[in-house]
Design a protein around this ligand. Sequence first.
Ligand code: HEM
Length: 390
Amino acid sequence: MPPKLKPHHSPALLAALTAAGAALALAGGAAWRDWPPAAFWHLVFAVGAMPMVFAAMTYFTPVLTRTPEAPRSLVAMSLVALLAALGIVGWFVRGSEALRLLSPWLGLATTLAFLQWIARRWRACLGRPHACLRWYAAALACLGLGLTAVGLSAIVPAWAGPLRAFHLHINTLGFLGLTAIGTLQVLLPTVLGQPDPAAARRLARDLPWSAGGALAVAAGAGAWWPLAAIGALAYAWPLGRLLVDALRAFGPRLWQARQASPLLVAAMAGLMLVVFHGLLHGVGIGNARNALPLFLIGFLLPLVSGAVAQLLPVWLRPGAQAAWQKSQRWRLAALARFRAAVLFVGGLLAATGIEFALVFGILGALWLLVAMLDTAHRARPDPRLPTGER
Ligand code: HEM
């Protein structure tokens, strides 16, 4: 049975959502101002997505371990992660050597501190925690390894090529990918209000394949491509099965209007596309430069759009405000099927290097930003109502 998502108020989430919104806006500006591509990618992945993942884990870990809600002081971790991310963007834009040397280790220290908090909650859990928690721990371990790699590459420049390849593959497929695959299996049944009996078994069984696959891709990408190809196949296998299982278990309910599920399915399909694109690129077909736009448009945008549609109302107004939350979910999931299709097609176009894909990505990102701001605005207490009813 998926755990019921209890409302936990988390300032970490709000801070991260603000950072994500700002990062989305800034990333638009960065592309406009001709900043180096690495600055753009870190605005999206490190400033935008990384603290958001920390914040989402801050929210889900107490639910998965059936322990009290996270202390408010934990917001500091998302903020330090954000600082490290801003530091590296500063290096890409301004070239300050101190930022290049410090940011990876600052990011690593935060990741380890966060992992330790998760481990403490794990031990405090009566009985076994939900299997999704192991995916979070593995995802954070991937982030830690990826940050170590770029920390080392500043010290051992001769290894910079393979270390950079390791960093970017382990962070995208490992850190973001494992977080997404774990969360989706809890989120999808929650969105549809229907338990998925196979999810617990899949979560328990598939982690070695997904995590081992991501590690093999990352280690092989810059060093020995057959290892990367084996890793990609190991990673694709449970992901493909998850997609097929979801289609089978939920059927046409997945495509009902005004709910987040089409976006979440599009994200899974987009991640599959990323792996397939990587395999093709490994055998000399396709261009590696298209992989990041594909990852962003085909996977990350539908994933965040779907997750935000389901979770933002609870994060903004925790507690027993079911009617308000439901009405906001309904708004946030407006045109979900159409948006899922646009982002999936955008991902396909990006994979083939067609620049028009960017238009699809920009439309998806703008929609997300406006919807988030609109919901945040509506969550403010209405001053015309008596205090108890705001
Ligand atoms: C505090 C966090 C982070 C730091 C300090 C950091 C640092 C770096 C550095 C120094 C490089 C350049 C390596 C080189 O060229 O030798 C790099 C490249 C890269 N990183 Fe990160 N990174 C962080 C987080 C992330 C995250 C979370 C992701 C993705 C999920 C990511 C994805 C990438 C990608 C895709 C590249 C290659 C970009 C390009 O060459 O255009 N990074 N990172």
